[in-house]
Design a protein around this ligand. Structure first.
Ligand SMILES: Cc1cc2nc3c(=O)[nH]c(=O)nc-3n(C[C@H](O)[C@H](O)[C@H](O)COP(=O)(O)OP(=O)(O)OC[C@H]3O[C@@H](n4cnc5c(N)ncnc54)[C@H](O)[C@@H]3O)c2cc1C
Ligand SMILES: Cc1cc2nc3c(=O)[nH]c(=O)nc-3n(C[C@H](O)[C@H](O)[C@H](O)COP(=O)(O)O)c2cc1C
Length: 429
């Protein structure tokens, strides 16, 4: 603590100068304290001190803070341990020129005060210094393959509606750029790409309105359970609740029983608690079916119904309450040869009405359809179950986007110059 300085025997100060002769941010509190006019002039009489300044002589107030601190410590009765060191960025060897020299002088002085006893050797340089970082090797596969834990953020290069405008189904040909990683993302016709979707902003806003937290404040967190698969892909750096709600929390699916059970623990409202306990019981299947499953009520809508309870959800529990957003599989519709460096999928945008006539949008397909060129899509590959013969004639039947792997196979076959034909060229894929 800054005020404990008066009780210290020996202190070495290393400080830079910033702004126009100002102390750096992390020194401001100390500066205010040490410059207080009412400090007794002998208050540091028990202190031996050294000051190393870090500065740049191209500034008018070169090493201003270190110089001023040195004088101030002297004026308060401190005893000089080593002369003031002024490191200069302008020195042709950089600040090390003075730092090394000054440090040598400091160690000599310290050893003269505290001589090393016979038989004691100085410790190796890296012993006793607490580590600031820990490095770990990832499993070998992670160097080579993209996966759920390590998705490739592919840039979107195309988002084109391929069904006729008068057709009820909006189907998109989504093109992704994988040119930088073609060797790591090798695929064959019949393979599948996994897409990790994000929630749409208006749904995220609706959720954040219910939770009792500031959505854009920076937060950090880490899982206490290293093996917890649902949290290993979470960001390790500072993030916001909005980011978490956008990228990780599934609140657009129909809740399962354990959701009601967990939610009931937060309830302080008697009516809401009673209902949630009922919905969370194994025996409450009929209740749950008619309230949640049959009308396909989403977690978000449940929280809106139980908003008093939603406002009590603790931040530490959000990864318990909300399931993680599941990745979606899409059959690859492009040919690795003809569309080298690209990955294309055919996405049927899911839109329907529930039995209660509430409009519904599929999370992933709607998100993909909303993307603009250069937006990033987290993807990785999965081997598919279909394999196509290299030469034989074949009849392929696939309803709707079921045609996607056939498009891949057809383009692959015709990529060596064989012509392909389409019955309705302008509506063909
Ligand atoms: C191996 C594999 C390959 C696939 N390939 C493709 C592909 O090439 N192209 C493609 O578009 N999709 C493909 N899919 C499906 C894709 O993975 C997603 O499931 C789909 O895009 C919907 O996801 P979503 O997030 O948009 O919808 P979600 O938010 O997951 O909503 C879908 C849910 O809505 C419900 N639902 C949908 N329509 C109705 C309705 N009319 N009435 C009531 N409930 C309804 C469904 O029960 C489903 O549970 C594939 C799936 C698999 C497993
Ligand atoms: C591509 C695909 C293939 C599937 N094949 C089978 C199958 O052969 N037999 C089966 O019982 N279920 C099959 N299922 C259903 C899954 O087993 C079921 O959805 C299960 O709940 C998935 O659990 P998971 O998502 O934890 O893997 C399949 C699901 C998908 C997406």
């Amino acid at each position: 603590l800054v005020k404990d300085l008066v009780n210290e025997e020996m202190v070495v100060f290393v400080c830079s100068t910033t702004g126009q002769g100002e102390p750096p941010d992390n020194m401001k509190r100390f500066w205010k304290f040490i410059m207080r006019k009412n400090l007794p002039v002998t208050c540091l009489s028990g202190l031996k001190f050294g000051v190393l300044g870090l500065g740049d002589s191209s500034y008018a107030k070169y090493n201003f803070i270190a110089k001023k601190l040195f004088r101030r410590l002297q004026n308060l009765g401190g005893e000089i341990l080593v002369p003031l060191g002024l490191a200069d960025d302008q020195h042709e060897w950089g600040c090390d020129a003075v730092v090394d020299e000054w440090s040598r002088g400091l160690w000599q002085k310290l050893i003269s005060i505290y001589p090393i006893k016979d038989g004691v050797r100085s410790a190796p340089l890296d012993s006793g210094i607490p580590y600031k970082f820990i490095f770990c090797y990832l499993p070998a596969a992670n160097h080579l393959e993209f996966s759920k834990k390590n998705p490739y953020l592919a840039a979107l290069t195309g988002n084109q509606r391929v069904t006729a405008t008068e057709h009820f189904q909006d189907t998109r040909l989504i093109s992704l750029d994988i040119s930088a990683v073609v060797d790591k993302m090798r695929y064959e016709p019949g393979d599948v790409v996994m897409v990790q979707p994000r929630n749409l902003p208006h749904n995220v806003n609706a959720l954040l309105e219910l939770l009792p937290y500031k959505p854009d404040m920076l937060i950090t967190f880490h899982s206490l359970d290293d093996d917890d698969d649902s949290t290993t892909s979470l960001p390790k750096q500072a993030t916001t609740l909005r980011e978490i709600a956008t990228n990780y929390l599934d609140f657009m699916s129909v809740p399962r029983r354990c959701f009601f059970q967990l939610l009931s623990h937060f309830s302080t409202d008697e009516n809401e608690k009673e209902k949630l306990v009922e919905l969370g019981q194994p025996e409450g299947t009929d209740e749950r079916y008619s309230y949640a499953n049959r009308p396909r009520r989403t977690i978000l809508e449940v929280l809106q119904d139980f908003h008093l309870t939603a406002s009590k959800i603790s931040l530490e529990r959000i990864f318990d309450i909300f399931p993680p957003i599941q990745p979606r599989a899409f059959s690859i519709a492009s040919s690795p040869t003809r569309h080298r460096g690209k990955l294309q999928i055919l996405v049927a945008v899911v839109r329907y009405k529930t039995r209660l006539q509430l409009p519904r949008q599929g999370v992933c397909s709607t998100w993909l359809a909303s993307l603009q060129p250069n937006d990033r899509v987290p993807v990785w590959l999965k081997r598919g179950g279909i394999r196509f013969p290299a030469k034989q004639h074949c009849i392929l039947i696939g309803p709707g986007t079921g045609i996607a792997p056939f498009r891949s196979a057809a383009h692959e076959r015709t990529s060596n110059g064989n012509a392909g034909r389409c019955r309705t060229r302008d509506k063909g894929l």
